[in-house]
Design a protein around this ligand. Structure first.
Ligand code: LMR
Ligand code: MG
Length: 485
């Protein structure tokens, strides 16, 4: 597979391009992303689906720019798909021919394929293995039912933001829009019910952004942002009941103003139909799906326990992988050794291992203050397959291991209780320290409890001089002592 791949998605509302760099077998990251409000579907719904001259020209102009930018990024491969408006258009060949003339081959995909690609992205790049993907586009809406990492069913509904706007809302026919959605929803197979919904596409993201603003969410990251549908249902309703001129007050950006009313109406009615409780925002969709299909070589998921962001960080920032492996091995040994004392719940094992393995990533920026650099790099670069809480915790552990915690540490309400943090921090620090001893695999850890006081005995044949010194200075939770045995 090419090292740099550009993927273009000609949606019915906007055209977008993402450029990905592959850094190892399955490791990758996003190099560039751009969108243009081409609105290829403009005025097509009143003309039996025929694409109009102006939107076709806008699309070709945008595609030309995309191709130029892809070339600048040295993309070896360019994959381009077109969805609803183009697939429905009796005159699509005009667009396809014009695109060929500028050197681009557009693949028109059907609704099932589109649903499948969105689902492929969601199931591999979001932290959950079950739910329904809901991708609201300008012309159609794609749903896929995912259960235990498998795509069980896909369905495409001919409901879209621009379709609804042009056929009903622009004429003030609100009831017509409502009935249209309900009529289409009748066709959706009964099994499309789930408490968790993955919101894909521009409309779902705009709604999430507005909710983040409303609740003063402390992070600005959208991918994997979660909220309770029932809690925010009224707000979503408020979006489609608000006049366009007033929408900016709800945190809706300029380029969404003319499509968010239909978008939030569709979103609301479909989530009710699914009986959704939780919405997980997806920053990824069809484009990532196209890329992953190529990357995974037609498999549907990464190998078990594989995280593409972790891999990518290792590929880009870690020089000495052997040292990281030793540290990870020791962290896992420490974790297993404490199990009978239940100091750290099983659910934090992954955080411990990732934090230990990537703890020194900040050195890539500067050795001095590497803890702070690691925190920033990890929170921002660990974007796939983890919740916001997961990312905060891992970043926290890399910053505060063997450091005194400030009284008011950031994001306290999103992190586990203090005692768990203290133990996790100790294990990250200890594993990193001990990994630099000769024969780091030979450590033995034993726990002893005497008079409500815990001791961790660290045993090794030859403990290096400098490590002994450093071990004495290691910060431990107040109820624990370290002993060299
Ligand atoms: C689409 O139509 O699928 C996209 O253009 C989504 C959007 O609303 O930008
Ligand atoms: Mg789309």
């Amino acid at each position: 597979m090419a090292k740099i791949t550009a993927v273009i998605d000609i949606g019915s509302n906007s055209a977008r391009m993402a450029i990905f760099e592959k850094t190892s077998h399955f490791g990758f990251h996003l190099l560039y992303e751009s969108k243009s409000k081409v609105r290829i579907s403009e005025n097509s719904y009143e003309h039996n689906g025929y694409l109009q001259d102006e939107p076709i020209q806008r699309a070709i102009n945008a595609l030309k720019s995309f191709l130029w930018i892809a070339k600048l990024h040295k993309a070896r491969k360019i994959l381009c798909v077109a969805t609803s408006a183009v697939r429905d258009a009796p005159n699509k060949s005009i667009l396809l021919q014009k695109a060929r003339e500028i050197g681009l081959n557009i693949k028109v995909i059907d609704g099932d394929r589109e649903s499948y690609l969105g689902a492929l992205a969601a199931l591999n790049l979001l932290p959950y293995d079950s739910g329904i993907t809901l991708d609201i586009g300008g012309g159609s809406t794609e749903c896929a039912l995912i259960e235990k990492h498998k795509i069980l069913d896909t369905y495409s509904l001919d409901i879209g933001t621009i379709r609804l706007k042009e056929l009903f809302l622009d004429k003030g026919d609100y009831k017509g829009a409502y009935d249209f959605i309900q009529k289409h929803l009748q066709k959706l197979p009964d099994r499309f019910k789930h408490s968790r919904v993955f919101g894909i596409g521009g409309s779902a993201r705009a709604i999430s952004k507005a909710i983040q603003k409303q609740i003063q969410y402390p992070l600005s990251t959208l991918h994997a942002f979660e909220y309770d549908f029932l809690e925010h249902k009224d707000f979503i309703q408020q979006i489609y009941n608000t006049k366009t001129q007033e929408l900016h007050k709800l945190g809706i950006k300029e380029d969404r103003l003319d499509s968010i009313q239909s978008g939030s109406l569709i979103f609301h009615l479909i989530l009710e139909h699914f009986r959704a409780k939780k919405v997980v925002t997806s920053g990824v969709g069809v484009r990532e799906g196209v890329f992953l299909k190529d990357l995974l070589n037609n498999k549907t998921s990464f190998p078990p326990n594989f995280n593409p962001s972790v891999r990518n960080i290792k590929d880009r920032f870690i020089r000495n992988t052997q040292l990281c492996k030793y540290a990870k091995f020791l962290a896992s040994k420490l974790f297993i050794s404490q199990k009978c004392f239940h100091l750290i719940p099983q659910s934090f094992a992954t955080h411990l291992l990732i934090a230990t393995e990537l703890c020194n990533v900040g050195v890539a920026l500067n050795f001095y203050e590497k803890h702070r650099h690691s925190n920033y790099i990890l929170f921002n670069a660990l974007n796939y397959g983890l919740t916001h809480q997961d990312r905060l915790l891992i970043a926290f552990l890399t910053q505060y291991n063997n450091k005194k915690l400030p009284n008011d540490y950031p994001y306290q309400q999103l992190l586990p209780p203090l005692e768990i943090l203290q133990y996790l921090c100790l294990f990250v620090a200890l594993a990193n320290l001990l990994s630099k001893n000769p024969n780091p695999k030979d450590f033995i850890f034993t726990w002893v409890e005497e008079n409500h006081h815990l001791s961790l005995c660290i045993e090794h044949q030859e403990l290096s001089y400098i490590l002994k010194e450093k071990l004495k200075k290691l910060l431990t939770p107040p109820t624990l002592s370290l002993k060299l045995c």
